[in-house]
Write a protein that binds this ligand. Structure first.
Ligand code: FES
Ligand SMILES: [Fe+2]
Length: 431
């Protein structure tokens, strides 16, 4: 439970908000590489943390992220002419390269004027099928993290993104909440029996226990969270990692998520699967996997979960009952909702654009939810009070989730060697 003040501090990510400033200390995904314009093509408007930008590739293929407002007098760069070496604002013709070099200022007679100014562009990197940007102060720019999926080539990776019309924290809550899996996704999981898809095989055992024992430990990157279920004489441990400020490594060790605020009431939910041994990014494996979880293009578009459809009547709302088909529900499907992705989204979105956490009643299954609140608030307060933030070490790239059977006397922490517990005293101090 959180009061309104703390809830706002955790959820709001505009430039002035403490959590917005914390988010701007990290490298964040902006868009999938596959959604970037072709070299020299038309720039594309994007929104991130409540700010407007355009993304573009120049003729050489170099990606760039520009503030939407032109450096000169603020005309939108989405109107700019795309020229081979830069974007030229149509108002007075100032031209900017992707790295911020000002190439021309035709309404200024001093030819050296342009050398004294810098375009409003941001540092970007392209890796793991994503374009990443750093939006924070130059002096605080962290090393670019090497996440494990960045080491495999496109054929061994699946990238997908869903747009969710709710605050980013609601989507992350679903990712650190093992106890909803066997309920909300009961019908989907039932279909996994015998299905020849990696994800299906790895989740089959969860169908048999809806109330796992939940434990979590705060770490230097965020927290580890384990769901323990009996498995014969042993216990099955599924350990997920939350990495500040908005990344989750799932317990299968092959799936990573980023939940990046578009603004306070919408987020981009990135999924990356990777498999160094198997070319999962090739067809038909890629489409099979995406369709199975409801992340294929047509399922997303039908539910208003793409950049093109999230403002159309297809978007989940009370008016369309968040995509729920009551006749299917009556016929035996547990939710009457299309698939995993849409079931999660319906629950997240239906609790309001920014959920009121002064009205919730958390239970023992929600240990990781409380951890999440504490970690995010520690980020927001940390940046406000000039304290170090969790998750900024380049070592975060080594953090992955894992699943394994434990013998009766084995501690789950031994399964995650990068696990470094932050002492409770240190945590208390940061609050
Ligand atoms: S506003 Fe862009 S060149 Fe003047
Ligand atoms: Fe879910």
């Amino acid at each position: 439970m959180l009061n309104k003040q703390d809830n706002d501090m955790m959820c709001r990510t505009g430039r002035e908000a403490p959590m917005g400033q914390a988010m701007r200390r990290f490298w964040l995904p902006v868009i999938q590489s596959s959604d970037l314009p072709a070299p020299g093509g038309d720039q594309k408007p994007v929104e991130l943390l409540g700010e407007k930008f355009v993304v573009w590739r120049d003729q050489q293929g170099r990606p760039g992220l520009f503030a939407d407002a032109c450096l000169h007098r603020g005309a939108s760069m989405s109107l700019a002419r795309a020229e081979p070496d830069g974007l030229r604002c149509i108002y007075h013709g100032w031209k900017f390269a992707v790295d911020g070099v000002v190439l021309e200022t035709p309404n200024v007679s001093d030819a050296r004027f342009k050398e004294r100014i810098k375009g409003r562009t941001y540092p970007v990197r392209e890796s793991g099928g994503l374009l990443w940007a750093y939006l924070g102060p130059k002096e605080s720019q962290p090393e670019f993290p090497a996440w494990p999926f960045m080491a495999v080539d496109d054929a061994h990776r699946i990238n997908a993104v869903a747009v969710a019309n709710c605050n980013y924290v609601q989507v992350i809550e679903g990712l650190v909440d093992s106890s909803h899996l066997t309920v909300l996704h009961a019908s989907g999981l039932a279909k996994t029996n015998g299905a020849d898809i990696d994800f299906a095989k790895k989740t089959t055992h969860m169908q048999f226990d809806a109330s796992p024992v939940i434990e979590s430990d705060e770490t230097d990157f965020g927290f580890h969270y384990v769901a323990l279920r009996p498995s014969g004489a042993k216990r099955m441990a599924r350990i997920a990692s939350f990495i500040a400020p908005c990344f989750v490594a799932n317990p299968n060790g092959d799936l990573w998520f980023a939940v990046v605020p578009v603004n306070d009431e919408r987020c981009n939910f990135y999924h990356v699967w990777w498999n160094p041994q198997k070319p999962i990014g090739t067809e038909p494996l890629r489409t099979q996997q995406l369709a199975f979880v409801g992340l294929d293009e047509s399922s997303l578009a039908r539910h208003g979960m793409t950049a093109e459809t999230c403002d159309t009547p297809a978007a989940m709302s009370q008016a369309n009952r968040y995509g729920q088909d009551r006749s299917q529900l009556r016929a035996g499907h547990f939710t009457g909702i299309h698939s995993f992705t849409q079931e999660d989204a319906a629950c997240s979105i239906s609790s309001g654009a920014i959920r009121d956490r002064s009205q919730e009643l958390l239970c023992t299954a929600d240990g990781a939810i409380t951890r999440l609140y504490r970690t995010l608030l520690a980020c927001a307060r940390g940046v406000r009070d000039g304290k170090p933030l969790p998750g900024l070490s380049p070592e975060v790239g080594r953090v992955v989730g894992t699943s394994a059977e434990l013998s009766t006397d084995q501690d789950w922490r031994t399964l995650v060697p990068h696990h470094r517990v932050v002492s409770s005293a240190a945590v208390a101090k940061s609050h």
